[in-house]
Design a protein. Structure first.
Lengths: 377, 291, 280
């Protein structure tokens, strides 16, 4: 048993390393402009995988139905953008508010150059996560006492409140009001000019580390306590698990990683604007979790890449009118059709394949030989 | 003074329109314990259908047809997306509701090309009238009266007809109601039909005031109406109406002040406060969970 | 020496106007097996829920290991509605949550089995160890608690061996036959390292053979873990076989207490169970 789980861990680690090497190889051999869709999908997929896993930690593993993900991402995104934007760019970005109230930039404080950049970005992402976790800690106290669907609607409402606050004019010198924050370090800042291209590698590395930490947590004694709460709250409490404390812990940790994911999302999107972090974004992530399988980390990851690739890349053609060579115009194809097809696919998954791609299994579970027959007899 | 009156009037009318949506939420929640996330979008689709049908048909025909189609839509959504999940965990049904909402919004974007659609003028509702020096649309004036009339009719239906009695029984206890021979699916369908019908009427009043319909038009009014339903005590029709008027008035007051960005934030903050302080709302019944 | 481990003192539990438990006084001494019996609806499970912190009593106190752990008195609306005795004798409010009570050293099972359904037998028991964990979430996530974790796992292995579930440890808890699920629930409670084990109808739904096995099992674990056991039960064979003392509840009131032999011959108990004939 023990050895088996150990070899499983090695397998996962090896797989992850191979994936990183593959991504770096792809990035440096394929033409980045003609394959832009591929790399966009990979980067966004990595970000969404992290956010989906963080949501799964809460919804799938602890059984708390929360819809605040976009709000926590927003907190992380703004923290990251404000802390890393080079000071010289601030005047231009905050032109409406005559400059920014925050006048330092972490990468510069840390000495600039590649080291400063890497350290600054990592620290800013972590601080973004901490900001989200701190807010989660505050609102967790009242909100987590609510039952399932009330919790969902309260967290949804919380997301809306956060968005309104960040768009507020009076906070303009910090948040730039309803305008976008721009020109902070993005994934492409990690491409070494004339050398290795590392933008997609960076996205995978950061997401991979975070997901690994979440997996470690899920398999620890605390993760087991979360699952006990999901399976039977009354029994969990009777067996000495402090419900309020553990729910709050799960909520804060999930929000922390949503915050980090938010920071990474703006690294991908090149700009941070409150209006992107809508309820629709939370729904998108929820649907990824459902498609992947509620309670499966690898399911969430696979679904994130599939979802992003399908919606941003593979199904793109549905949005453009196609006229065949014989003059036949393919019906239905025009702007918006892609999303219609997409939502129908989602409804089919929700209604008929309720367990999603992975159910509550993980990839290594599937690879492991079935060892029920004759075992122990 | 004039300003105050105009804010008061728009608040009351907004409240009335939210009330018509909120009733749909509260009734469905009362029976299925489901937040029907798609309800706001049904409201939006009703608005869009009006836009398209009134362009093709005379208004006298388009109006009832819109209501009929809205009712049909609500009925179909329940049959297609919620009925198959009757025995599934509540989370699945809620996800299905979110999926339907997503589908309706995307369908609307496809149909409209994402462009705002002008809502047709409805004679009698779109005309303006001057009250105490403030000019408002008739829709604003008519709304509260229409709402009160519809709510009275609805409470009569719930309290004094056989269908109403069945609805109350199902809301009280799902399983027992089935055991005593109440046709569950029929009752649930009736609930969705009533909810959608009221949302259809609500959309006519609402969009006459706001004039344009976009695919996301239903999302926020829907959420606000839901908050209203919770505020009044979910499951209670009069509660939903009172809650809706309070939400409508406060929204209108905040929109008229310097804090207009916070109007939705206020609504949701109110929701969180109610849920924490008095989860049963103003008129809700207390439900205790058995250990 | 009769050092009492658990003492229920003047406990009254009133729901609205209904008095479910009326002025219950009861003691469980160290090392004893004590049973609480009574007809359906007598208030046995309610009393259990009060002791374990699920319900807050309306009035009275509970002592555990010589310390007062639960206390309450009628408040608010209940002040006027209170029908029980000893009003005004209690002024403190002590209302620990069930998890806290468990950490103090009592663990329970449930009348209708409540195992964690998606977990294996092994994990069900392992999770119950969580309340004895010293590591925080960081050290646990980053595997800095290897030693503690390994110790826990070894402990659970040993415990499963003792209760005879070692051969099914990787099965899903819910795939076990009914009798074994009961046994697993007891094993899970033991994993929380209690001094007092509370069993809520452990033999409910069991056939005579399974009941006999369970009786032997309860005796065994008491010896091995030096437990004190407080149980609710309907199966009189089991109760009479293993309990040292018995308390009898009827309509929320204690109507008798004593050794099994005394209880078997107590007229009030017989009446409560069989009903009083009309012409008596």
């Amino acid at each position: 048993m023990k050895r088996e789980s150990k070899s499983g861990a090695w397998m996962v680690l090896l797989g992850a390393a191979a994936l990183l090497v593959l991504v770096t190889a792809l990035e440096n051999t394929l033409n980045p402009t003609s394959n832009i869709m591929l790399f966009m999908a990979l980067q966004k997929g990595a970000v969404y995988a992290l956010v989906a896993v963080s949501m799964n930690l809460l919804n799938g593993f602890t059984g708390l139905f929360s819809l605040g993900q976009a709000g926590f991402m927003l907190l992380g995104a703004y923290t990251y953008a404000i802390l890393t934007m080079p000071v010289e760019n601030r005047e231009a970005v905050y032109y409406i508010y005559n400059g920014c109230a925050v006048n330092f930039s972490l990468p510069e404080l840390l000495g600039g150059g590649p080291v400063g950049l890497v350290l600054g970005v990592v620290i800013a992402l972590i601080l973004g996560g901490c900001a989200a976790a701190a807010v989660a800690w505050l609102i967790g106290l009242p909100v987590l006492r609510l039952k399932s669907d009330y919790l969902a609607i309260a967290t949804l409402g919380f997301g809306e409140i956060i968005r309104a606050i960040f768009q507020w004019d009076k906070l303009g010198p910090v948040t730039n009001g309803a305008n976008a924050l721009k020109s902070f370090p993005t994934f492409s800042s990690f491409n070494i000019p004339g050398g290795l291209r590392l933008s997609t590698f960076m996205a995978f590395l950061l997401a991979g580390i975070c997901i690994a930490v979440i997996v470690l947590l899920i398999n620890s004694t605390y993760g087991r306590a979360f699952k006990a709460i999901r399976d039977d709250e009354v029994a969990a409490e009777a067996m000495g698990i402090h419900l309020a404390k553990h729910k709050r812990l799960a909520f804060c940790i999930s929000s922390f990683f949503a915050g980090v994911g938010g920071g990474m999302f703006v690294m991908f999107a090149n700009q941070a604007q409150a209006k992107t972090f809508t309820t629709a974004m939370t729904y998108e992530i929820l649907l990824i979790v459902v498609i992947g399988g509620i309670g499966s980390v690898s399911g969430s990851c696979i679904a994130a890449f599939l979802y992003v690739a399908a919606s941003e890349w593979w199904l793109r053609f549905l949005d453009t009118e196609i006229i065949l060579s014989n003059g036949f115009k393919v019906p239905f194809l025009r702007t918006g059709f892609r999303m219609v097809v997409f939502s129908i696919i989602i409804m089919i998954v929700v209604l008929f394949f309720r367990r999603g791609i992975m159910g509550d299994k993980e990839l290594p579970d599937l690879l492991r030989p079935r060892r029920k027959e004759g075992a122990g007899k | 003074m004039q300003y105050a009156i105009s804010i008061l009037l728009s608040g009351i009318s907004l409240g009335g329109q939210y009330a018509l949506i909120a009733i749909g939420y509260t009734m469905v929640y009362g029976i299925l314990r489901l937040i029907n996330f798609a309800h706001g979008d049904v409201f939006m689709v009703a608005g869009l259908m009006m836009v398209y049908l009134s362009a093709a048909l005379p208004l006298g025909l388009a109006l009832p047809l819109v209501l009929l189609l809205t009712v049909l839509l609500g009925f179909l959504i329940e049959r297609a997306a919620y009925k198959p999940l009757r025995t599934a965990p509540r989370m699945s049904v809620m996800i299905s509701a979110i999926g339907v909402s997503y589908l309706l919004q995307n369908l609307a974007t496809y149909a409209t090309g994402g462009l705002p659609q002008m809502y047709p003028e409805i004679p009698g509702l779109s005309a303006t009238v001057t009250i105490a020096g403030t000019s408002v649309k008739w829709a604003t004036v008519v709304t509260p009266f229409l709402v009160v009339a519809l709510v009275i009719a609805l409470t009569q239906l719930i309290n004094h007809t056989k269908t109403g009695m069945a609805m109350r029984a199902v809301a009280k206890d799902f399983e027992t109601a089935q055991l005593i021979g109440i046709r569950l699916n029929a009752v649930i369908s009736v609930t969705f039909v009533i909810g959608s019908f009221l949302a259809g009427i609500g959309s006519m009043l609402y969009f006459t005031n706001y004039q344009s319909v976009v695919p996301l038009s239903g999302a926020l009014p829907g959420l606000r109406a839901f908050v209203a339903a919770v505020f009044g005590g979910i499951g209670s029709v009069p509660g939903a109406v009172v809650g809706a008027f309070i939400i409508g008035l406060s929204e209108s007051v905040i929109k008229g002040s310097n804090w207009s960005v916070f109007s939705d934030a206020f609504t949701f903050a109110l929701l969180i406060v109610i849920l924490v302080v008095k989860p049963t709302g103003l008129f809700g019944e207390k439900v205790t969970d058995k250990v | 020496m009769s050092e009492n481990l658990l003492k229920i003192e003047n406990i009254t539990m009133q729901f609205g106007g209904v008095v479910a438990v009326d002025n219950l006084n009861l003691e469980v001494n160290k090392g004893e097996i004590v049973a609480l019996i009574g007809p359906n609806g007598a208030g046995k499970t309610t009393a259990f829920n009060v002791v374990t912190g699920v319900y807050q009593p309306t009035n009275g106190a509970v002592w555990f290991q010589g310390e007062k752990i639960i206390e309450n008195h009628p408040q608010g609306k209940m002040k006027a509605m209170y029908k029980g005795q000893h009003a005004g004798e209690y002024s403190q409010i002590l209302a620990p949550t069930p998890d806290k009570v468990t950490r103090l050293g009592m663990a329970r099972t449930f009348q209708n089995i409540r195992l964690w359904k998606s977990q294996t037998v092994f994990d069900n028991v392992l999770i119950a160890k969580h309340c004895r964990v010293n590591s925080n979430v960081f050290s646990a996530a980053f595997r800095l608690n290897r030693k503690e974790e390994a110790e826990q796992r070894a402990n659970v292995e040993a415990l499963l061996e003792t209760v005879g579930l070692a051969d099914v440890k990787d099965e899903l808890a819910t795939s076990l036959p009914y009798g074994k699920q009961r046994r697993l629930e007891i094993a899970r409670a033991l994993a929380a390292e209690p001094q007092l084990l509370l069993l809520d109808e452990p033999a409910a739904g069991m056939n005579p053979q399974e009941t006999d096995e369970l009786t032997a099992f309860i005796g065994e674990i008491r010896e091995r873990f030096q437990l004190t056991i407080f149980l609710i039960e309907h199966h009189m064979n089991l109760v009479m076989d293993i309990s040292e003392r018995i308390y009898v509840l009827d309509f929320g009131e204690l109507i008798a207490q004593g050794t099994p032999a005394e209880i078997q011959n107590n007229k009030r108990v017989i009446d409560a169970y069989l009903g009083v004939s009309e012409d008596a």
